[in-house]
Design a protein around this ligand. Sequence first.
Ligand SMILES: [Zn+2]
Length: 262
Amino acid sequence: MTDAKLETDLHAYMEESATEPRSIGSGKIREVDAQPSLVIRCPVCQSLCRKHTNYNLTACPQCRHIYQTDLNVTVSYDAEYAHQYDTRPVKAMSELRWNFIRSCLELPTGSRILDVGYGNGAFLKRARDAEMSVFGIDLHTEDFGIPVVSFDTPLSYDVACFFDSLEHFPSFAPIFRLQTRHVVVSIPNTPDFVLTAPQRWRHFKPGEHLHYFSRDSLDALMRTWGFPKRLAEGYPEDDLRGKLKIDGRTFDNIYTAIYTRA
Ligand SMILES: [Zn+2]
C-alpha cells in the first residue's frame, strides 16, 4: 500500500461518508499515516477503512459495508440460543422461506440442502418433507434430528442457506470452503441511520451481529466466493416478521437474496 493510495482511499471515504465528522480533514490523514492502527481493512472487500470508535462500528468507503470494528463475538451460541426460536412461528417462517426458494430454483427430489446456522432445524425439516437431503452446520451441539456436517465435510450442495446467520461470522474464510450451486441469504436490512443511532434498531446487536451489509457488500462477498449472479431478491420474510417503524419512518426488515454461479 503506497502513501498515495492510502490518501486516495481516505479522501474517498471522507467525501462519500455523510456520517463522518466534518472536522476530519487533511490534517487527520497525516495522523493516520503516522498511526496505521487507525486504519483497518474491510472484512468483505479488503479496502482501507478509517477505524471508528463510535458504537464500535466502522464503515467501508468502497462497498459500504458496516461492521463491528473489533469483530469480537461475545454471545454464546449454545442450545439455549437455539431454543429461543422454539416459541416463534418457525413453521410458518420455514414454509415461507421454502416457497421463496422454490419460486426461483428447480430442485429435484434428493437435492442437497445445507442450512448454516440451522438452529432448531425447522427449515431443514420442511425441506426434508419435500424429499430433499438435508444437512446442518451450527455451533450448538444439541441434537435436533438433523444430520450435522462441518465446513470441511467433503460434500457439495445444491443450496447453501444462511438465514440470520451470515452477519454473525467473525471471518468469512470457512464459508468460502463450502461447495454449492446456489446460495440463499437472509439478513437484516441495514437502515440509513445505523452509524449515528444504531441503538434505535432492533438488529443492532453488539457481540452478536458483526456485519451490517449493504447491497454492494453482500454482492461483493458473494462474488468473492464465486457467486456473481443474483437470481432473486426481496423481503419475503417481512410478511411474517413485519416492517419496522422507527421514528415515524417505515423500513424493510429482512432482506433475502438468492445467488448462483455465472
Ligand atoms: Zn468493503
